[in-house]
Design a protein around this ligand. Structure first.
Ligand code: HEC
Length: 225
């Protein structure tokens, strides 16, 4: 009686055993097949792929594709040229004191070593033997549209290399504006200047003249001895 009971109890258990084993095996298999996100079925760069006629996995972007953040629609700003490809003659941003001061500072850092602080072309590198550029305030360059200076900085000119890597676009325009200021500074008529500056000039001139007289008298006195 007891034996029968045991036996009858053990029977359903032994039937379930293979099922349980299958479940465990199944679970193990599932774990073994786990696919991480970094290991997806995808085409790696430069991988062969026969889906495409050229056998390459990488696709060439369609013509005119622009990387995000690289849309440079404003050709005046980025190239110094209008839609027709002509150099622009106006700044593509507002001209104010801050822009000119920035331009002066950048010019002193990047350009004055060759072009000189006034743009005369007598910078230290030139005095040490590098080719002397034309004065930035000469007539020919005064008549150039402002986009020309942006273009020279962007693409280089003859022996001068491009400064596009060192000087960002906004700063290139600031320098171009400052070159205009240099051109004015070397060609301004006294009557065009604000009256306090005219007065200052006259005072300095009078002082220099009387000093000059002093020197002259001394020379004359020396000659008499
Ligand atoms: C290493 C020296 C050097 C530096 C620095 C330099 N330049 Fe020049 N630049 C030259 C020389 C030399 C020429 C003339 C090149 C030639 O004729 O082959 C020239 C030519 C130019 C011209 C063209 C002038 C023309 O005759 O049409 C402009 C404009 C100019 N430079 C602006 C700049 C500006 C703006 C900077 C600063 C961002 C700068 N340069 C920095 C040496 C330099």
């Amino acid at each position: 009686m007891i034996g029968k009971t045991l036996c009858s109890r053990s029977r359903p258990g032994s039937e379930r055993l293979p099922l349980m084993l299958l479940a465990v095996l199944g679970a193990l298999l599932t774990v073994g097949c786990r696919q991480d996100m970094h290991d997806q079925p995808k085409i790696e760069p430069y991988e062969v792929n026969n889906f495409f006629a050229d056998g390459m996995g990488s696709r060439i972007p369609p013509a005119g594709t622009i990387a995000r953040g690289w849309l440079r629609e404003d050709s005046a700003l980025w190239e110094g040229k209008d839609a027709a490809g002509e150099l622009v003659d106006t700044l593509p941003m507002a001209l104010d004191q801050a822009l000119l001061e920035r331009g002066q500072q950048r010019f002193e850092i990047y350009c004055s070593v060759c072009h000189g602080s006034t743009g005369d072309g007598q910078g230290m590198i030139v005095r040490r033997g590098f080719k002397q550029p034309s004065p930035l305030y000469e007539q020919r360059l005064q008549e150039m549209p402002v986009g020309y200076f942006f273009d020279v900085m962007t693409n280089g000119f003859g022996l001068m290399s491009s400064y596009a890597k060192q000087v960002p676009v906004q700063d290139r325009w600031a320098i171009a504006a400052y070159i205009r200021a240099l051109q004015l500074s070397q060609n301004a008529a006294l009557a065009e200047l604000p009256s306090p500056i005219q007065d200052e000039f006259h005072a300095a001139l009078t002082a220099a003249e009387s000093e000059g007289d002093g020197v002259h008298h001394d020379d004359a006195a020396a000659e008499h001895h």
